[in-house]
Design a protein around this ligand. Sequence first.
Ligand code: FAD
Length: 426
Amino acid sequence: MADTLHALSVAIVGGGVGGLTAAITLRQQGHNITVIEQKQQYLDSNGGGGLSISFNAIRCLLRLGIDEELKQIADEATEWLVQRHSDGVEKSRTKVEKWRIFVHRTDLLRVLHRRAAQLGVQFMFGQSFQSLQEVEHGVKVQISNGEIVDADVLLGADGINSKVRPAIPGNRDIPPELTGHRTFLVDVPKQKMDQHPDTAELYSLPAFQSWIGGQRAIIGWTMRGRESYHFQMNDHRVGNGEYRGTNDGSTERFVSRVADMPAFRESWKDYEPTVRQMLDAVESCTEWKIAELPEHVAWSDASGRVILIGDAAHAFAPFAGQGACMALEDATVLSAMISRMKPPYDWPAVAQAYARMRQPRIHLIRENIRAIIAICCQPADDVPGPGSAPTMPHLLKDEFEVVQNYDAFEEALKVWDTLRLNGERN
Ligand SMILES: Cc1cc2nc3c(=O)[nH]c(=O)nc-3n(C[C@H](O)[C@H](O)[C@H](O)COP(=O)(O)OP(=O)(O)OC[C@H]3O[C@@H](n4cnc5c(N)ncnc54)[C@H](O)[C@@H]3O)c2cc1C
């Protein structure tokens, strides 16, 4: 841990991927960190726990000192297979290396939590953020048990329905908007997949599988040491494939169990037999109404002492598998910039530099998501194969060049040093 003459007190609301990463990286610098998390503990959710983490974000994870633990919980793919939805005809097969790992969200949160606790991060579980009050040299954070947490700076890492976000002037009337797109998450245990030769075959290759067509797409991968298979089924038919849907007002809860499984299976009956067999093998699945935030959210207040990271700042649709990855990058960038600061801390400068660096990158991811939706919404029999553009592998190339090769930590230091915001390096 670095020697820090002036250890900061940092309160972090939300112990998700973004909040825990910020907690670890700032604690590694010697700061005093308190994480306020509304959940009591990290438990398996009811199905649909798959998280795909791309190499830009793996770089961030590898800075946390969890290399061995990460290996224990991660599956990898060596190929990306794209198939036509209606008959499973292979459209492309791309070798991938240093691309993505596939983890169960709860496993990742537990690894991050263990590491943070080991470093001495303080946790207040079962407590939710109530309000904040800015004082001359800091922030007073009121939590649900009535306690006040004093901090030099507060990070709002409390997800898409953030309560910290509306406490920043200008964000009061910016709720998440429903896009009209839906995602269904299915985790199938290996023994169920083994019951049919077609579904069993999905295990024969360490491949990331996708089926595209009919204004929908499915992606699938193995998880937990190839013990279960995770399917993410994206349905772009609602809203006629429009990226923007309307806000039906029910933005507090986006996730529910599919009530009518036979009707759900029926709505995917134009997909090839392997998909239908997989759907026959499961009794339930989870539906997410996909919501996102507009781009004009303010990421910090004027004092720079209240800063948003992750979904709290920029929730977007999950079709590029980048939401958690961007939360990891946000935390890494902000911590890298803070590591360069010297007292007296110029919080407005760091908050501005962080937002100015991160916002164009988030915009780029949103553009990628639009391109992915456009591919999925092409007429059913005209899903492009290799050679025609754009295709998923074309996007994969972009991913490598623009997304995967990105080192958030190094980029942040470059930006900070270029701005010379705080004099010479520490
Ligand atoms: C269907 C679906 C599939 C996805 N798949 C992927 C994927 O494969 N790869 C990927 O990178 N991203 C994926 N994402 C996106 C990813 O889940 C999010 O972007 C990511 O979880 C954001 O992390 P976060 O830490 O910002 O917020 P969250 O993960 O939402 O964490 C917020 C934390 O804050 C806590 N909290 C909330 N309110 C309060 C409060 N008032 N007080 C205290 N604590 C509070 C919550 O309990 C939670 O622990 C997917 C999203 C969806 C919907």
